[in-house]
Ligand binder design. Sequence first.
Ligand code: MN
Ligand code: MN
Length: 320
Amino acid sequence: MAVSTIFPGESYNRETMHSIQIPDQKQIVDKAKAAFVGLAIGDALGATCEFMTPGEIKLRYGVHKQIIGKGWLFLKAGQVTDDTEMSICIGRAIRDSRGWNLRAVAEEFADWVRGRPVDVGSTCSRGIRNYLIHQTLEMPPSRWSAGNGALMRMLPVALYTLGNDELLTQYVVEQAHLTHNNPLSDAACIFFGRLLHEALTGAGLNQLQIHTDDFVEEHSDFNYHPYPGKSSAYVVDTVQTVFHFLFSTATFEECLIGTVNQGGDADTTGALAGMLAGAVHGIEGIPKRWLKRLDSRVYSEVEALSEYLVTHSPALVIKT
Ligand code: MN
Ligand code: MN
């Protein structure tokens, strides 16, 4: 009888897939919520300084640390952008299809674009248009699609595949290729999914950093020692920025403030840093002033989706 551990303290039987006990499920659900809420907060906080340089941010805000909206998109305080919205699209597609359904993800993206979102990245837009015209679910490989647009929205896939690395790898790359077909983007999507899986099941920053340093040894493009200081939408710059601030800070607040004040693609680096720092530090680690400011409809939807996704992972079978 093959029994393997998915969650701390839990084991299940691979043949019957009957879960025995899930004592820590509540903790996992809480961390999943903190990851998704953290992503939305990083997006809302960072969008104010998207495309600014650190010097411009300093001149204008000193240290940017309040969710005030505005930025080049003229946002309301607490409003989120494509990073959170596309993540929500993927979460809804999984929930409404009762499982992984790539076409449903593409349809959600298409509906979202029809609704005239506040921002759509150019590579995302091209991929969605390609789906609408040709109904294809994969863009051709391209060295020009090494942006962070597939990475920024992968959280729901990681939540839904918790406990199963094979499914994570398959689904996270499938969703990526709807718009971004590039090995650097793929590697980042898979590895961020693995980091999330680890953080959700209780790994702390030290453990995540050990695995990250192994990862960058294998994928030297992503090496972040010393931190090059670029934070553009190029997936390498984005990943280096997130690693640098995640592993050089001790709290959610410090991590996010450091990340977004680096400017560049600040809503996306903020979203990804918020996702990982949220999973590590939990909802109690997120400053109350930020939780209060986040668009309340977004807040409740990402919380509900997180709970749904993480409790419907094919690797986590409902107790019988
Ligand atoms: Mn954005
Ligand atoms: Mn962005």
